[in-house]
Design a protein around this ligand. Structure first.
Ligand code: PDD
Length: 290
């Protein structure tokens, strides 16, 4: 069951007109929200980022947070899996093709849910290969825009070379992955680039930094050079659907002996613990160092 413009329906019955500006221009934004044991994870933060993306493309939020929460609750209950991932998608609506914003056109609002398949344990034990590429995206990567063609092409480069993610470098500095944020570890210090227009402000990125803080793991949020990336002891990726994953090679060269390292193991353990605590306590759970 999906939600489209006020109605719940089976996905096979859901259609949008070809003049939808999402279809014509990629003119819209989206969110991906993990649901564990039927509870959305970090929902307040995801709704806040959705508002930020909508503001970034100058599109009015069609719903209040309360309305979003109610819609998402219904979608979750209409779907069978306990662990799901919610996909929310809002476009600037249907109008005659013209780059300028249409006037008084309702947005298209689409929500679907799929079973959440987090990475299998064996991948966490072996780690994954990644490649690097030049970050050739636009200057507002902080907006979670549905126009993902550069990300699609960059991710496909990884797939074509038998890797699983593309780590992006802009002007000699690490930005993020094609669909993830990137951390490195060097001499037991966790490092990640600061939020800017050049990367998506990841919800998982925030959780990992909060976990580092709560568990007294030394960390620095600062620019990371290509040299630091390539000589890191560990490289990690984070995302709502991949959680925390170890990258064990870049462009065919091993990172940290080609095996997941202690920083990954610690952070993944804290992440799994935090998830479990949050789910038991509902979304009001705060991080604690217990
Ligand atoms: N993508 N950077 C990019 C470019 C992303 O697409 C994503 C996530 C992230 C991680 O953000 P978060 O921790 O909030 O998921 C960073 C989602 C999962 C997707 O497009 O499917």
């Amino acid at each position: 069951m999906i939600y489209l413009n006020g109605k719940f329906m089976p996905i096979e019955e859901a259609y949008v007109p070809v003049l939808d500006r999402g279809f014509i221009f990629g003119d819209g934004v989206y969110e991906v929200i993990p649901v564990y044991s039927r509870k959305p994870f970090r929902l307040t933060e995801h709704l806040r980022r959705l508002q930020y993306s909508l503001d970034g493309i100058r599109l009015k939020n069609p719903h209040t947070d309360e309305q979003w929460r109610a819609l998402l609750e219904q979608i979750i209950s209409h779907n069978a899996a306990d662990d799901q991932y919610l996909y929310l998608h809002i476009t600037r609506g249907v109008a005659k093709r013209d780059h300028a914003f249409p006037i008084n056109i309702p947005p298209t609002v689409f929500i679907m849910s799929n079973p959440l398949l987090i990475p299998p344990q064996e991948l966490l034990l072996t780690g994954i290969p990644a490649i690097t590429a030049s970050d050739n995206r636009w200057g507002r990567c902080d907006i979670k825009a549905i126009s993902l063609l550069p990300n699609v092409l960059l991710r496909q480069l990884a797939i074509d070379s038998g890797a699983m993610e593309t780590v992006l470098l802009r002007d000699g500095f690490l930005t993020e992955g094609a669909a993830s944020n990137i951390f490195i570890a060097k001499n037991n210090v966790l490092l990640t680039p600061p939020k800017s227009h050049l990367m998506l402000p990841g919800i998982t990125y925030d959780v990992v930094l909060e976990l580092a803080q709560a568990h007294a793991i030394p960390y620095e949020v600062r620019e990371i050079t290509e040299e630091e990336l390539r000589t890191a002891d560990e490289v990690l990726l984070t995302s709502s659907t991949k959680e925390v994953m170890p990258i064990v090679s870049l462009d065919g060269r091993s990172i940290g002996g080609g095996k997941p390292g202690p920083m990954f193991k610690q952070l993944n353990q804290f992440y799994q613990q935090y998830k479990a605590v949050t789910m038991r306590a509902g979304n009001s759970a705060l991080l604690s160092a217990e």
